[in-house]
Design a binder for this molecule. Structure first.
Ligand code: SF4
Length: 481
């Protein structure tokens, strides 16, 4: 895989004909954690679709004058991050085509597994693809299908048959239509809130909260929702086969969001409790790795009766390390991000609660940071089971060889030694499923158990695993020297 992305999307239709640029801007601020590389807004004023997009945070991309210029009462927005390769304005969303339906603009969250095959197919058919972004592919496939029929639901059914992977889309047309659709597995979240004034779609419910719109429900996997001046029409066009991404609960979504399984905060609290039951630790203090792991650390603390203390203070102006596009940038950012609180840590046996270990480099640095600050022992407890396989559905886990759990063949003791921790304990798959509470059959856990819900991803994973295994054998020989 040469490129991958996960983003946040937002869409709004004002029945009261209020201007929507500011609510979109606010919504994007609320889901900024889903992508910090670029941001974009498209609005429709009854005649024209206006688009403005740029590199950086939402607040950097849009000035007050930009928002005033984005006229219209219907609109969509996007925050994006690339998880591989370079980031560029060429790949920023929303994407737009001039025809059919007097113009279509689309914002996308997810990742297509059959990106390359579709790109070749479109190029062969005379539709050039200029970016390296899934959104452009989806938009052009949608445009092809809408060229064949006026029936939006039928066109999107045809689109769904051609796409493999994770996709949540919000679409704006030059006929004043707002459309939202979600892939049949529902890998990534997409919800909506509707009242007499407006309907709002968003990747996470926090983008509704900020606009004082109550959450109505989640868009169903395989569902299309069309909003026009006549109102809202919903149709399940594809048979749903729910496989919600477990990582949205463990790490990616905001704790104050409500996803398909309910409150992310509640799930994380239970993850901490379940972890404490299966992987207890004889320590003096429980320390969360800010911010994602705070509810889980609270759960761990409640379950064990060991006090939780803020032993690591986060510089709130540094963004997440995980979603920085390049490893060298990630390393530098990590050092600036966390400062240990020596008065809490000195001479103590500490357990840190973190959400996941991908490469192991961050955890290794954290353990050292705490020991350097005077901690007597540092125990590591992880709310996610070991990640052993890549993700092809929009989370930045791109190869086997970068995964410490794969490199160590799942050997926890070997991983512990690399991390330099006094002990290491992972969540069990049972503990994870129990905490999310919607049944194993409704979850994607492919990066943990290699059961990819779609055939193309299973095939790619198998080929990559073989290649990585060979790479690792070579590296092991090198390390042993
Ligand atoms: S492979 Fe892992 S990260 Fe990717 S969608 Fe499935 S559970 Fe989520």
């Amino acid at each position: 895989m040469d490129r991958r992305e996960a983003c946040g999307v937002f869409g709004i239709y004002s029945f009261r004909k209020d201007e929507v640029a500011l609510p979109i801007f606010n919504g994007l601020i609320a889901i900024q954690h889903r992508g910090q590389d670029s941001a974009g807004i498209a609005t429709f004023d009854g005649k024209t679709i206006h688009v403005k997009k740029g590199m950086g945070l939402t607040s950097d991309v849009f000035s007050e004058n930009d928002l005033l210029a984005l006229k219209g009462t219907i609109g969509i927005g996007s925050v994006r991050y690339p998880t591989c390769g370079s980031s560029s304005l060429r790949d920023a969303q929303p994407f737009k085509v001039e025809l059919p339906r007097e113009g279509i603009t689309l914002a996308h969250n997810g990742n297509l597994v059959n990106f390359t095959a579709l790109k070749d197919e479109l190029n062969r058919g005379g539709t050039p693809i200029i970016s390296s972004c899934d959104s452009e592919i989806i938009l052009k496939v949608l445009a092809e299908e809408l060229n064949k029929t006026e029936d939006i639901f039928l066109a999107i059914l045809k689109v769904m048959k051609r796409l493999e992977g994770a996709y949540c889309e919000v679409v704006l047309t030059g006929r004043g239509e707002l459309i939202a659709f979600r892939d049949p597995q529902g890998f990534r979240p997409l919800c909506f809130g509707k009242n007499d004034d407006c309907i709002v779609f968003a990747s996470e419910s926090v983008a509704l909260d900020i606009n004082d719109v109550e959450l109505t429900e989640q868009v169903k996997p395989g569902e299309v929702i069309l909003v026009t001046e006549k109102g809202m029409e919903r149709r399940l066009v594809a048979k749903s086969n729910k496989k919600h991404c477990m990582f949205e609960y463990v790490y990616f979504s905001r704790p104050d969001s409500i996803l398909d399984a309910g409150s992310v905060y509640d799930v994380r609290m239970k993850l901490g409790k379940n972890l404490a039951k299966s992987q207890p630790a004889s320590v003096d203090v429980v320390v969360p790795v800010p911010d994602t792991s705070r509810p889980a650390a609270e759960g761990f603390s409640r379950e064990t009766g060991i006090e939780m203390e803020e032993g690591l203070i986060k510089n709130r102006y540094i963004m997440r390390t995980f979603i920085m596009p390049d490893q060298t940038i990630r390393d530098a950012e990590m050092k600036k991000k966390l400062n240990p609180l020596k008065t809490i840590l000195k001479g103590k046996r500490v357990v840190i609660i973190d959400d996941s270990i991908v490469r192991g480099t961050t955890t290794n640095k954290l353990v050292k940071l705490l020991k350097d600050a005077g901690a007597k022992e540092v125990h590591v407890r992880i709310t996610c089971p070991p990640i052993i396989s890549p993700c092809f559905y929009g989370i930045d886990i791109s190869s086997h060889s970068e995964l410490i759990a794969f490199r160590c063949n799942g050997n926890v003791e070997e991983i512990r030694k690399i991390l330099g921790a006094d002990s290491l304990g992972y969540q069990t798959i049972g503990g994870l499923v129990d905490a999310i509470g919607i049944g194993k059959e409704n979850l994607c856990m492919a990066c943990l158990d290699e059961n990819y819900p779609t055939p193309g991803a299973a095939k790619i994973a198998k080929e990559m695993k073989k290649r990585s295994g060979e790479e690792i054998k070579e590296k092991k020989r090198y390390w042993e020297m």
